[in-house]
Design a protein around this ligand. Structure first.
Ligand SMILES: [Zn+2]
Ligand SMILES: [Zn+2]
Length: 345
């Protein structure tokens, strides 16, 4: 049996649990492709998995679901012409046959699992996935950047363009704007020429938020930002709120809205219920909507935005695969601004 290099963890615990090792290389089934992995993003989800904080996880698996690579071999039902194709991997292994999958909403499939949760993830030389999970990378887009298309950028495309359907006439308020989601949502909203008002509690984040393209930045250490939003919008309010924080901000976000606005909930910082003023929701006809991972259509759009340079991901560190433990430590200690991506052995 051919072997491959991989990083696994023998038990739940700290970043030092992640060890480079050799494991059996997976073999593609009839409808699968074998992907040689060139780059893999480290997601905070991986950090939680390794620490044993995600239910159903088991130690010993290969983590990582943000993968860019090249098709190295195909199963008997897949065209051999695909060998050599540069691809990203849609990170949910969904059933493909339920009403959500058939409607193009693979993100809603109830019979799906995230790549890497039960092994087969990105911290390895190769992975095997169904051929339908691979999406071609546009020419000229490098692997390190492409690895971020599906999870971080795709999630921002889903919220901004999918759920909120932002367009040129919209004013978009983004809470937690200096965080990983916020900085990329700013760029996605600017790609359709929306007007972006960014909120941050930290003055140190202002430069990077402006660099991402925000039109206005509100520094609000006490999180009382709705008065500033009212002033900046000439008492009209915003059409869209991308709520990355929710805890301590949700009431102010609702108060910042225009008539018929949509408030997209992505954050769950405090993991606690928050208060809602039903009168305000009714009078302003506010729509409150949850948002999660990308659809295939969102991933195509994310790849396009990356390839034309409309979205430039904030990459804080590129490490080699065996250094993944160091990447986890940097993220846990918040010692890196932007994403950490693995590339090369
Ligand atoms: Zn991710
Ligand atoms: Zn399904």
């Amino acid at each position: 049996m051919p072997m491959m290099k991989a990083v696994t963890f023998r038990d739940f615990g700290g970043p030092d649990m992640l060890q480079a090792t050799e494991v059996q290389r997976p073999e593609p089934g009839p409808s699968d492709v074998l992907v040689k992995i060139h780059a893999a993003g480290i997601c905070y989800h991986d950090v939680l998995s390794r620490a044993g904080k995600i239910p159903r996880d088991k130690p010993g698996q290969i983590l990582g679901h943000e993968i860019a690579g090249e098709i190295a071999a195909v199963g008997s039902d897949v065209s051999p012409e695909r060998i050599g194709e540069r691809v990203v991997i849609y990170q949910r292994l969904s059933c493909g046959t339920c009403r959500y999958c058939l409607g193009g909403r693979h993100d809603l499939c109830r019979n799906s699992r995230v790549l890497g949760e039960n092994g087969g993830g990105g911290y390895a030389e190769f992975t095997c996935v169904p051929a339908r999970n691979t999406i071609a990378i546009p020419d000229g887009l490098d692997m390190t950047t492409a690895a971020l298309a599906v999870c971080p950028i795709g999630t921002c495309v889903r919220a901004t363009l999918g759920v909120a359907q932002a367009g040129p006439s919209d004013k978009v308020l983004i809470t937690g704007a200096g965080g990983g989601l916020g900085l990329h949502q700013i760029q996605v909203a600017k790609s359709v020429k929306a007007h972006v008002i960014a909120v941050t509690s930290s003055e140190e984040k202002v430069d990077i938020i402006k660099q991402a393209g925000a039109d206005d930045v509100i520094i609000s250490p006490d999180l009382k930002f709705s008065k500033d939003v009212w002033r900046l919008t000439e008492k009209q309010g915003v059409d869209i709120v991308l709520e990355n924080v929710v805890t301590g901000t949700f009431g102010e976000s609702l108060r910042s809205t225009a008539q018929n606005a949509i408030v997209v909930v992505l954050g769950n910082i405090g993991t606690q219920p928050v208060a809602v003023d039903p009168g305000l929701v009714i009078v302003r006809r506010i729509r409150i909507a949850g948002s999660g991972n990308a659809t295939y259509a969102d991933v195509h759009r994310a790849l396009h935005l990356l390839s034309i340079g409309a979205v430039k991901p904030f990459i804080g560190q590129v490490l080699r695969f065996p250094e993944v433990g160091q990447g986890h430590a940097l993220m846990e200690q918040k010692a890196v601004v932007g994403r950490v991506v693995l590339n090369g052995w």
